[in-house]
Ligand binder design. Structure first.
Ligand code: HEC
Ligand code: HEC
Ligand code: HEC
Ligand code: HEC
Ligand code: HEC
Ligand code: HEC
Ligand code: HEC
Length: 327
């Protein structure tokens, strides 16, 4: 199943690197990581955890024999140090969210059952984050299909050690689509991860979407959430993942002049550019051409003129014939 994930990721990323729309002028990835590491006052403390959790093997001293042993670290417990320092929570100490007791090895079983903070514990009360509407998102999440799954939480999609906001400030829509879709594919293209939460049989998403013409092109140009969530004008990223029966299947939901994409994928852009352009939405024209989603006003007027002209000619012709017959 990992291979499926890789194939889909490659399919999606193929466009990312060939299609160079929207040049992004920003610091290089390495520069950002370096800056965050330098500014994180806990970076040294974190190293004490990352000597083990930042790579695929760790060493420890057997307390009884005093012998140093080397072991392979379970992949689940390895985190990417660079991603960590690029994420939203880059400035944290590991022990801000985890028990201090992890400083001693091996971790006791009681630590392993530690409770984690919820996003809203920190964000809902702080008005600096009002723009994100954490409370509204939580309400949506609680009504989503995943909320019934035992062990699911916001953290399952928002990896505590790597998540960073993307859709909100995107300059490159394709990159955001890839980022957001990979969040879903973390489980829906990896049966290993899926199995941790469900007894259901493996879902092959390539097969379940066979009805979708040109699936690869669609997965590169739209996000899973475009079809799987209810539109919500209050928040930037809709969170109510609906049961599969309610997913969008009709082509015209997107391929039409009032495409739902204006209210979902293109939301942040269409807000910026204003929506007074009629349906000749600036974003749709700039970034992608969606069949059926464009209404070019001048062409509309032209077609009215032609139609009107033809009608006049027919009327004129009929009138002449009637007059001729009478006489
Ligand atoms: C000597 C290596 C080592 C160090 C240092 C270390 N850990 Fe771990 N940690 C491990 C190993 C190995 C496991 C997996 C234990 C297992 O498989 O049951 C683990 C498990 C964990 C878990 C997962 C517990 C669970 O099962 O859910 C957390 C969280 C954790 N460590 C956090 C930390 C933090 C925070 C620090 C720094 C304060 C830290 N660790 C330092 C080796 C280490
Ligand atoms: C913003 C809070 C936060 C910070 C900071 C944080 N963690 Fe975590 N960590 C979590 C949460 C929440 C989970 C449980 C994730 C889940 O339920 O999927 C977790 C899980 C883990 C796990 C177990 C992974 C698993 O799948 O069970 C390890 C190991 C770990 N963290 C290590 C670290 C280390 C090392 C650092 C510092 C470099 C760190 N964490 C910093 C919140 C945090
Ligand atoms: C322990 C408290 C805490 C928890 C739990 C927490 N956050 Fe944060 N979060 C913060 C702090 C503090 C910052 C600012 C970090 C910085 O820039 O130094 C932040 C930053 C962010 C940002 C970036 C805000 C910006 O304007 O740059 C987002 C988005 C975010 N968090 C989302 C989440 C989500 C989603 C969750 C749950 C999955 C979560 N947070 C859990 C404390 C927390
Ligand atoms: C099924 C997966 C999933 C779950 C569960 C989930 N989210 Fe999200 N969330 C996303 C995706 C995808 C994005 C878009 C990320 C991006 O590109 O910035 C997002 C974005 C966000 C943002 C940023 C929105 C913005 O305006 O920029 C916040 C805040 C957030 N989620 C909070 C939460 C909270 C709180 C929960 C739990 C109550 C939660 N999420 C659960 C998938 C999920
Ligand atoms: C164009 C709309 C669309 C897009 C994009 C889309 N889906 Fe779907 N998806 C559907 C529809 C419709 C169904 C229900 C298909 C059926 O059973 O007839 C579905 C079914 C599913 C199912 C349930 C399958 C089953 O057999 O139980 C999952 C899981 C799923 N999608 C995940 C995803 C993921 C992950 C992505 C992104 C990589 C995605 N979808 C993208 C429309 C879409
Ligand atoms: C942490 C793993 C995980 C992530 C991440 C995840 N899902 Fe799921 N999803 C599941 C599991 C597990 C189920 C099956 C629940 C059950 O047992 O019925 C499921 C079920 C579904 C279903 C089918 C619901 C039904 O009616 O049968 C859809 C659709 C779906 N997910 C879409 C998404 C989308 C879209 C995303 C990304 C925004 C996403 N998932 C992210 C684990 C995940
Ligand atoms: C959730 C919105 C959405 C739905 C539903 C949808 N499409 Fe698309 N479709 C798009 C987007 C976005 C593009 C990419 C436009 C671009 O090339 O930039 C696209 C592209 C296409 C293309 C051109 C593919 C190519 O090779 O470039 C065809 C053909 C197409 N769609 C047909 C369909 C059909 C048939 C259906 C119904 C079975 C459908 N679409 C459903 C959004 C959607």
């Amino acid at each position: 199943m990992k291979t499926l994930f890789v194939i889909i990721s490659i399919l999606i990323s193929e466009v990312l690197f060939t299609d160079n729309n929207g040049p992004v002028v920003q610091d290089s990835y390495e520069a950002v990581v370096e800056k965050c590491m330098a500014n994180n006052v806990f970076a040294e403390d974190n190293k004490a955890c990352l000597v083990c959790h930042g790579k695929s093997s760790y060493e420890f001293t057997d307390p009884i024999t005093g012998v140093t042993r080397k072991r392979r670290m379970n992949a689940r417990y390895i985190l990417d140090i660079d991603e960590y320092y690029q994420s939203n929570h880059w400035s944290f100490a590991c022990t801000d969210c985890h028990s201090d007791n992890f400083k001693t090895f091996p971790p006791r079983s009681s630590e392993k059952l530690e409770k984690h903070y919820a996003c809203t514990d920190c964000h809902a009360r702080d008005e600096n984050y009002d723009q994100y509407h954490f409370k509204d998102i939580e309400v949506e999440y609680l009504e989503s299909t995943h909320a019934n799954v035992e062990g699911f939480s916001c953290w399952k999609c928002h990896n505590p050690h790597s998540y960073k906001i993307t859709a909100r400030n995107t300059e490159n829509l394709k990159e955001t689509i890839l980022y957001d879709n990979n969040i879903c594919l973390e489980c829906h293209a990896s049966f290993d991860n899926f199995q941790l939460l469900s007894d259901r049989e493996e879902i092959n998403i390539v097969q379940s979407h066979e009805w979708l013409t040109n699936q690869a092109a669609h997965f590169k140009n739209i996000r899973c959430i475009e079809c799987h969530t209810a539109v919500n004008d209050k928040i930037l990223v809709a969170h109510k993942v609906l049961p599969k029966e309610q997913a969008v299947k009709r082509c015209t939901e997107c391929h039409s002049s009032d495409s739902r994409l204006v209210a979902t994928l293109y939301k942040s852009q269409s807000k910026k550019s204003g929506r007074d352009l009629g349906f000749t939405d600036a974003v749709i024209l700039n970034q992608s051409y969606i069949i059926g989603a464009n209404r070019i006003i001048s062409l509309n007027i032209l077609s009215f003129i032609i139609f009107g002209g033809v009608l006049l000619v027919i009327l004129f012709h009929t009138a002449i014939r009637i007059i001729k017959r009478k006489s």
